[in-house]
Design a protein around this ligand. Sequence first.
Ligand code: PLP
Length: 430
Amino acid sequence: MCADYTNPETILLHTGHRGDPTTGSVAVPIHQTTSFQFKNTEHAENLFALKELGNIYTRIMNPTNDVLEQRVAAMEGGVAAVALASGQAASMFSVMNLCRVGDNFVSSTNIYGGTWNLFANTLKDFGVECRFVDPADPDGFAEATDEKTRCYYAETLPNPKLNVFPIKEVADIGRKLGVPLIMDNTAAPLLCRPFDHGAAVVMYSTTKWLGGHGTSIGGILVDGGNFDWEAGGDRFPSLNHPDPSYHGAIWTEAVKPLGPIAYILRARVILLRDIGAATTPTNAFNVIQGLETLPLRMKEHCANAIKVVDYLKSHEKVETVIHPSVQSGELRRRADAYLKDGYGGLVGFELKGGKKAGMKFIDTLKMFFHVANIGDARSLAIHPASTTHSQLSPEELIQSGATPGYVRLSIGIEHIDDIIADLDQALSAA
Ligand code: PLP
């Protein structure tokens, strides 16, 4: 199904659904049901034994979720996907599908704070060590790798610094050492396809641009089908050793008639089965609605963001503007190598007046929403030093990029004149 179309504009409207077989419904139906009637006991037995793939129970699969999964997998050029309850669940699943107690993985330091906490604290408490590496030097990933390293993890376009990750450089290191790269592509849908640069797994918080309307928390994990888990030997016991929780199945063997989906099949039949972080069919439907206009929205987000950057660059109260389009040197090379048709909808800027000015600016905005979110069709703003990053020390604030006068904007798709007018009146008060 994933290969029906190659252009994302068409994939996101058509892949995986061509009229409901019983009603003819053109819109994807919301299959709001917990369970699915088996045809008979043989059918039920075959489904549980994975001899036949089909619907059993919505914690593990659902036809509405399935359309979302097929569309995002096709958009990314992957082989299959699993929709999840949140981006956090997707990050957790992406790593826990490979790691056990005593294992480690290597993550970029430039990641979302919630992911940082999950990796540095919660997973540590579960006996899995995250080794953080500054992506300024990709070789750091090789240096942090040993025989217990199960994967690398990074974000394509991480805020607040908006320094694009060196995907190919680190994927190449990983492929040489037999370690897969997992990319959080939340802020760069359509602008970047990490599988094209050697990543093995992609995840999204669908809460952001994919859903695009600020209605539904969700996440998704996509398998590139391009990593040889079998050749990895003892590095990937969860995939290529017998699984005692599924009558000794070896996932790399079990998927042979189905294609290279060992990683994503295990995420579904083991992690979703046991952890249960399933998304609801209604939320999957909401994300499907968002996907239908994602290509149009991304163009607008990117075009408006560039105009905002141009406006902020010449404003007397602005010290610096943070956006890939104004970077230079190696950072700009990476931005141009990995992003196409735009640099994304996030814009940061540093106010000369520091924290006080940052807070005043936010309090004076009229149209921008002051929220801890990104990727809505509406324009959003936040002052990290007084909110999301307020627990950090002054040194940590500088290290994270969330300096006292830093403001993060997620530029929406309103008319650019209204966006600039709101920024202008708020800056005059800051
Ligand atoms: N990844 C990135 C880049 C994010 O910005 C976020 C949330 O802000 C997440 C993951 C977590 O996603 P969610 O809030 O859907 O759990």
